[in-house]
Design a protein around this ligand. Structure first.
Ligand code: NAP
Length: 251
């Protein structure tokens, strides 16, 4: 049996809890600990497991890595964490999967620099389905630049802004933001649809988010792919395209 990848998780909020559910149940991974910012009065564990939830202020990352070594770190916390563990990750060659959506340019520069010494993947959108949809849409756009493209996004009633994912799809496909239609109703978690209008056919690529656990599936995919990569800085696209090249090459 192949050895499990030992993983540490930073962030135990809305996304981190769901990611812990997925990584904690995946036989490929040994989720050893979770770090959050605030301290709980009692020692805390993730529900139905013995995975400890540790306060960042109580145990610096260097000490944590010494006492409970990991092969990989997954970050669903906040942009500040990167500098707190960065040099320790670099020194130990720990693989890093960061899902932080709001890095400033100098944070990203720092993350790219970490990629000189270890494997790093940063992705502001870590769901496998959306990333796959974007790659597929990009390919179809290249194959049929004459087709009309429309993007439809649907979210819960109170979401005020246009979906960042829809804007990213528009940017990737080089279509105007006016081609995005936003619908707000009910409790929809997230629906994205790219419609290609050909003269004699219509192609629809659709992604529906169901639960936040989808972030965990994306993190697990990234961890597995990175284990086959050399040192470097990667995006989710890089990992997907690498897999497509190896799996679909008809050489
Ligand atoms: N890439 C993606 O697809 C994707 C998807 C979802 C979320 N995200 C990103 O993931 C992050 C968390 O999102 P969320 O919705 O789960 O937020 P949240 O509910 O506010 O949770 C944030 C978590 O991070 C912890 N935290 C914050 N700063 C920390 C620090 N310096 N050291 C240790 N722990 C720290 C918090 O600790 P406490 O619990 O003690 O407050 C909390 O557990 C955000 O950056 C978001 O952009 C990305």
């Amino acid at each position: 049996m192949t050895q499990k990848t030992r993983v540490g998780l930073v962030g135990y909020g809305k996304a981190g809890k769901a990611v812990a559910n997925i990584l904690g149940a995946d036989p490929h991974f040994d989720l050893r600990w979770i770090v959050r910012r605030s301290a709980e009065p009692e020692p805390q564990t993730h529900p139905d497991t013995s995975i400890p939830v540790i306060c960042a202020a109580r145990q610096p990352f260097g000490e944590l890595f010494d006492r409970h070594p990991v092969d990989a770190l997954v970050d669903f916390s906040s942009p500040e964490s990167l500098r707190a563990y960065g040099e320790e990750v670099r020194k130990r060659g720990i693989t890093l999967v960061s899902a932080i959506s709001a890095y400033a340019e100098d944070d990203l520069e720092y993350a790219r620099n970490l990629g000189l010494d270890t494997r790093v993947m940063c992705s502001p959108n870590i769901t496998l389905g959306i990333n796959f949809l974007i790659v597929a849409a990009k390919l179809l756009r290249k194959a049929a630049p004459f087709a009309d493209v429309e993007i439809v996004e649907q979210h819960f009633r109170d979401k005020p802004e246009i979906s960042g994912t829809a804007r990213k799809i528009a940017e990737t496909l080089e279509v105007e933001a006016e081609q995005i239609t936003s619908l707000r109703f009910g409790g929809i978690v997230g629906h994205h649809e790219v419609i290609f209008g050909f003269p004699h056919q219509t192609v629809r690529l659709i992604h529906d988010s169901i639960r936040r656990e989808a972030f965990g599936t994306g993190a697990a995919f990234a961890l597995e792919q990175l284990m086959n990569c050399g040192k470097g800085f990667y995006t989710f696209d890089d990992l997907l395209l690498r897999l497509m090249r190896t799996e679909l090459s008809c050489g």
